[in-house]
Design a protein around this ligand. Structure first.
Ligand code: TNX
Length: 795
């Protein structure tokens, strides 16, 4: 559905009137909503400076389009072609003559670097008056970015793929002076876990270009498929570009299921050249990644001889980290030389990305060859074997006149000379690299991994794990604090967003996951830090959404989702819950219900925290103040029970790295909803048994205990294998009240329970055993799984 920016079509007052329906807790239905004023100019990333002037430039059939240098003809033609589609206006690119009449003219002017206002090669100036538009820069890249700003000053309908007659193609008068903060403004795409065709890759590049991003990191190989033809090793694509089946849902689901569609594909060398050229026209360098020596299952399926042990390696149908690894033998390095030589021929950019991430060392440990290599080369441990491997690959890359780029693990055991680091496990790898005088690109998972959920809405589609809302991506500053203003700062080249595609099988989902988080990466890598502002960015979002809609892109509206939290007040069955509903932007109002129905235009408007009792189901949706559209839904459930806020003592160690307050999770009267966003929503135990003691302030008559364990979605959430309940009058000697039926445990979904004869007691003990063992799809061996627990309900 298209978001139409029609501020007058539905009046705000009428929306508010509709809400006059009175529910008891409907707090302030006449809420004074902060007015929203759409910003006069809405460019993302925000320019360094933009000064509004009076007047506007009107495009028409007589508009002139000139270049002062033949070097600008391509970039001008590209823009004229783009502009023509929706506007129907055919701009003719002409050479500027000294005496051209500047009336209704767009002129592109290449200026000698020495005479230009900025020494940044990507800088530009854009001046719009009612008579003329002038774009000046010292490079064609600068001109391209100036034209991209001009594109964003036009009405969003300019992005339409078909002619639009109802719009005036006007641009407000403005003077913009602009240049990027960082030279590396990147986006990554994994085409191994799921394959995306040439059309989509071009669309992806279009999205980058709209945001003035200049690096496309193309993750071409992984365990689940090899996507680039290598003439010297044809089996890489012949055998390993497809897999026979793919896991359905999450790879860590409790009952793993597969679809048996053949999934895969690869790009021909001509297609790759076409894409590289397409990107270059848009000032984007394509960086290919060939991921070695781990993530090598597809390579070893085609050429098992490059492994350390004999094995029948398949193109993986699951996701995760596998044991297949290339062996550091001379034939392997010859193979890699051949591969990287062919790759280097296709990609004119300065970098080759060699992966280097998540290398399991098991197969090296099993290899007599590696033992001998370690002795010969004096390698102390397997990190040093990895470092040796990467150094050898680094020599190959250097001999091809390229720079080696690798994930931060290539720091382990010693960094290879000249390597540039991509810091994904936090920012430490980037800091360490810069300290050593190496360049780094910041891509920390917490901020810029777009395979994470974007909100806590129940409407979010499956994601790998974790929540990275737009506001969090926007809050990221790629420059580590200690480097700001120092010599080391120049080693931080910029930042990059990643789209890993384990759970991204379609282009629509890919668009959903990157948009608009990609827009935030564009802004934090382009706009000066003191000009970055979440409020300003969020006010520019509607215009950006309108553009995405015109382009037919499926951008997520998760930024409008609600975060629902509650504070428990009091204890036991009388406990009350103060519910707080929040959004990250002022663009929406929040409507909610407490009777289980989906909030609609008649539901109360939230204005401040409100109290509910136990056994309440709160549902909330945000509503667009301008369009009236409803966005994603968030939920919160409270439970009336006797142990809310009772003293709960854990006798088994919980993982407090993921969940800081497991006791609260188990006893706050608030249950996790039927979807897992991140592991810290649960109290997590790694051991074989969990024991919890509950002490009531006064003796209670109890007859049922239940534990939440599993929302049935993903992440190997198994019920306890045994549930034993005991009582005590002194908290020291315990009497068994009995245990749950094993059949019930084996088949239970979400909760396991045990009911017993009513017993009056001050103390309860819950013993939950965790002896589940599952076959690891990664190692093929049995492994234990953590017990993830939620609320212990006592009735
Ligand atoms: C880790 S990030 C990986 C990828 C996965 C990703 C999922 C990195 C260098 N390796 O293989 O797809 O996590 O988030």
């Amino acid at each position: 559905m298209k978001l139409k920016l029609l501020p007058h079509s539905i009046s705000l007052a009428s929306l508010l009137l509709l809400s006059a329906c009175q529910q008891e807790h409907a707090t302030n239905t006449n809420a004074q909503l902060p007015p929203i004023t759409p910003p006069a100019i809405s460019i993302v990333p925000a320019p360094v400076s933009a000064e509004m002037k009076t007047g506007q430039f009107v495009f028409g059939n007589s508009t002139q389009f000139t270049v002062n240098s033949e070097k600008l003809r391509d970039v001008a033609q590209l823009w004229a072609d783009f502009f023509n589609v929706a506007s129907g206006i055919n701009l003719q690119v002409q050479s500027a003559t000294g005496n051209s009449d500047k009336t209704n003219t767009v002129s592109l002017e290449l200026v000698p670097a020495s005479e230009f206002s900025s020494s940044n090669a990507e800088a530009y100036e854009l001046t719009v008056t009612d008579r003329a538009i002038t774009v000046r820069a010292s490079t064609s890249a600068g001109i391209f970015y100036g034209l991209t700003s001009l594109r964003q000053l036009l009405p969003p309908q300019i992005e339409s793929p078909s002619p639009i007659n109802s719009v005036n193609w006007v641009v407000p008068a403005v003077a913009i002076v602009d240049e990027p903060l960082y030279p590396y403004r990147g986006m990554h795409l994994d085409v191994s876990r799921h394959f995306f065709d040439v059309n989509f890759i071009k669309r992806y590049i279009d999205i980058l270009a709209l945001h003035k991003m200049n690096r496309f990191h193309w993750h071409l190989t992984d365990d689940q498929g090899w996507r680039i033809p290598i003439d010297a090793y044809p089996l890489l694509t012949e055998k390993s570009a497809w897999r026979d089946k793919t896991v359905i849902g999450h790879t860590y689901d409790r009952d793993v299921a597969y679809n048996t569609n053949k999934v895969g594909g690869y790009y021909s060398k001509d297609q790759i050249r076409d894409i590289v050229a397409y990107a270059a026209e848009r000032k984007i360098m394509v960086i290919p990644e060939i991921d070695i020596p781990g993530h090598a299952a597809a390579i070893l399926h085609a050429y098992p001889e490059f492994g350390c042990i004999e094995q029948d390696s398949q193109v993986q149908s699951n996701f995760g980290i596998f044991e297949q690894v290339l062996c550091p033998t001379e034939p392997t390095f010859e193979f890699l030389r051949a591969v990287f030589t062919e790759v280097a021929e296709l990609f004119p950019g300065e970098y080759l990305h060699i992966g280097g991430d998540e290398v399991k060392k098991v197969q090296w440990q099993q290899s007599p060859f590696v033992t001998e290599l370690m002795q010969r080369e004096g390698l102390k441990d397997y990190h040093e074997v990895q470092s040796y491997f990467i150094r050898r690959v680094g020599e190959i890359v250097s001999s091809l006149d390229k720079k080696m780029l690798g994930w931060n693990e290539i720091l382990d055991g010693g960094i290879a000379p000249n390597a540039t680091i991509m810091s994904w496990q936090g920012i430490e790898g980037g800091i360490a690299a810069a300290e050593l005088g190496h360049d780094a690109i910041m891509s920390p998972g917490n901020y810029v991994y777009f395979d994470h959920f974007q909100s806590r809405s129940v409407d979010e589609p499956l994601a790998i794990h974790g929540i990275t809302p737009l506001s969090e991506t926007y809050s990221y500053n790629p420059m580590p604090e200690q480097f700001a203003g120092t010599e080391k700062a120049k080693h931080i080249l910029g930042a990059q967003g990643q789209l890993w595609t384990e759970y991204v099988p379609t282009t629509a989902k890919a668009e959903y996951m990157i948009l608009p988080r990609l827009s935030a990466v564009a802004e934090i890598t382009w706009t000066p830090v003191n000009k970055q502002s979440w409020q300003s960015f969020s006010e520019r979002l509607p215009n950006l959404f309108a553009r995405f809609d015109e382009m037919g892109l499926n951008a997520a509206r998760s930024v409008y989702a609600i975060t629902a939290t509650a504070k428990t007040e009091g204890s036991g069955e009388d406990a009350k819950y103060r519910v707080n509903l929040a959004t990250d932007t002022a663009h929406v109002i929040i409507r909610y219900t407490t009777d289980g129905t989906l909030p609609n235009a008649q539901s109360p408007i939230y204005s401040q925290p409100f109290l509910v009792e136990g056994d309440t189901f709160v549902r909330a949706r945000s509503q667009d103040k301008i369009s009236g559209d409803f966005y994603l839904e968030s939920q919160l459930r409270t439970v009336k029970h006797k142990a809310v806020g009772a003293q709960l003592t854990l006798l088994s160690e919980a993982n407090t790295e993921w969940n800081k307050d497991p006791v609260k999770t188990l006893s706050d009267g608030i249950t996790s909803i039927d979807q897992i966003f991140q592991l810290d929503d649960w109290a997590t135990f790694f051991g074989d048994e969990v024991i919890a003691n509950i002490t009531f302030a006064n003796p209670q008559t109890v007859k049922e205990v239940s534990i939440g364990f599993n929302p049935g979605k993903h992440r190997q959430m198994y019920p306890p294998t045994r549930l034993h309940i005991l009582s005590s009058s002194d908290g020291e000697t315990w009497q068994s009240l009995g245990e749950a039926d094993p059949q019930h445990l084996a088949t239970a979904k979400n909760r396991v329970s045990y009911t017993f004869a009513p017993t009056t007691t001050r103390h309860l003990r819950i013993e939950a055993e965790n002896k589940t063992r599952v076959l690891s799809t990664e190692s093929g061996k049995l492994k234990s799984v953590p017990l993830y627990l939620d609320e212990i309900i006592v009735k």
